[in-house]
Design a protein around this ligand. Structure first.
Ligand code: ADP
Ligand code: 5GP
Length: 204
């Protein structure tokens, strides 16, 4: 690893719900604990069992979220699912950068492209691809965190989300989780410490 790299950088993980973003992000945060920190988003969706306010998300009402928009506190926000708003807080970027760490974001593709547009080469956009919609469905069913209706909503959106993969800097196929997370780690290290993206992975 290089000496005193400029870590005012952003690593953006995107991809449809159930593709493995959280699994890969938590591995990156473990291994790069001294270099990378998670940007906690604001959301109006309900917490899942085990999710903590201020750790996984800042959970808030739609009114509170709209106040945050009006105050200019969000660098981007999206209504990812009907009535469910998600957004990136400007204060999270400053909080993390002030600790001389880079920011790790888990955001939807629209938010990811929005951030990429604002930060250009300061940001690396990695798309985690499940391989197929069927694989995604299996993973979401196995995770068991969504009811039938929410599952349907997520899968419907996933079709469009998968078509957006080529917009990312790198597409990583998450077939085997151990293998995929190692590849993502390699790309992130390259971006943070060398600044030169490695040859881009473009499968599938
Ligand atoms: P996301 O954050 O993108 O919604 P998760 O990280 O929660 O996705 O993963 C969804 C589910 O799929 C979890 O139960 C996770 O353990 C599982 N999973 C992740 N990657 C793989 C993989 N390569 N093979 C099989 N299951 C996986
Ligand atoms: P989940 O409800 O599964 O945690 O997240 C649903 C979707 O919202 C995922 O695609 C996730 O990446 C996205 N998301 C989470 N936080 C943000 C955010 O701050 N902004 C945007 N645009 N999307 C987000």
């Amino acid at each position: 690893m290089g000496v005193s790299p400029d870590l005012r950088k952003l690593v953006i993980i995107t991809g449809p719900s159930g593709t493995g973003k959280t699994s890969i992000a938590s591995y990156l945060l473990d291994v790069l604990n001294d270099w990378l920190e998670f940007s906690v988003s604001a959301t109006t969706r309900e917490p899942r069992p085990g999710e903590q306010h201020g750790v996984h998300y800042y959970f808030m009402t739609v009114d509170e979220f709209k106040e945050r928009i009006a105050s200019g506190d969000l660098i981007e926000w999206e209504e990812v699912y009907p009535g469910k708003f998600y957004g990136t807080l400007r204060s999270e970027l400053e909080r993390i950068w002030s600790k001389q760490k880079a920011v790790l974001l888990d955001v939807d593709i629209k938010g990811a492209l929005n951030i990429k547009k604002q930060f250009g080469n300061q940001a690396l956009l990695i798309y985690i691809h499940p391989g197929s919609l069927e694989t995604l469905q299996e993973r979401l069913l196995k995770r068991g965190t969504e009811d039938q209706e929410k599952l349907k909503e997520r899968l419907e959106r996933a079709q469009w989300e998968l078509s957006q993969a080529p917009e990312a800097d790198i597409i990583v196929l998450n077939d085997d989780l151990h293998d995929a997370r190692s590849r993502v780690l390699r790309y992130v290290k390259g971006f943070l410490f060398d600044g030169i993206p490695e040859p881009v992975e473009r499968e599938p």
